[in-house]
Ligand binder design. Structure first.
Ligand code: ZN
Length: 207
């Protein structure tokens, strides 16, 4: 690897060139070889592929309909069309596959790139975050994806040597979201405790 200013050899993890003292620019933000751009392309590719597969499934179903031609002529065959259910299917599969891609992302060694990836992962975590109350089976895959992003940003932070600044409450919420039975168990207990307190107070005033 060479410095982009003086062309002297530099290491992949260097931020400043030891020869000329200038900042080493590995990639311009619009560089097609930039790891984040490549990553974004891969994530987009996943969605495109899933859509194609589902469309192919619909087409296949429609051509293999028994009374295909006759039905077409008389308009009695219900041809399957792309609808909200397919859209939901796409979303769920994309969440699942993207979570896998994020989990398998290999972090670079250069600190500047690491910071960019950390920010990229944090943004995506925020975008896909599932709130405490929306967490359920229907959001299982989305939760998986958001946690994959969170994990990636934490890995980048670790590599950069940044102390994890997440609060205890935050960690607990994430933990409970991963363990939905425990979460609902605690909520039920909390409701019982609250009821018990209310009844005790009522009894106290009645006497
Ligand atoms: Zn240089």
């Amino acid at each position: 690897m060479k410095c982009n200013h003086c062309k002297n050899p530099v290491k992949a993890q260097d931020v400043i060139c030891e020869w000329c003292g200038r900042e080493i620019t590995l990639f311009q933000s619009n560089d097609i070889n930039h790891p984040i751009n490549n990553f974004e392309d891969e994530l987009r590719e996943i969605e495109i592929t899933v859509r194609k597969e589902i469309q192919a499934r619909i087409d296949n179903k429609n051509t293999n309909t028994k009374e295909g031609l006759i039905g077409k002529i008389f308009g009695t065959t219900n041809f399957e069309e792309w609808d909200e259910d397919h859209e939901e299917d796409v979303r769920q599969q994309v969440y699942k596959l993207q979570a896998k891609a994020v989990a398998n992302f290999v972090l670079p060694t250069n600190p500047k790139l690491l910071i960019e990836i950390k920010e990229f992962a944090e943004n995506n975590y925020r975008l896909n975050k599932v709130s405490f109350w929306d967490e359920g089976d229907e959001n299982k895959n989305k939760l998986q994806l958001s946690l994959a992003w969170l994990h990636l940003s934490n890995m980048a932070k670790n590599k950069l040597g940044i102390e994890n600044s997440r609060s205890t409450v935050n960690i607990m919420v994430t933990y409970l979201n991963k363990n939905s039975n425990l979460k609902w168990g605690l909520i039920v207990i909390a409701v019982y405790v609250l009821l018990f307190v209310i009844i005790s107070i009522l009894n106290y005033f009645q006497e």
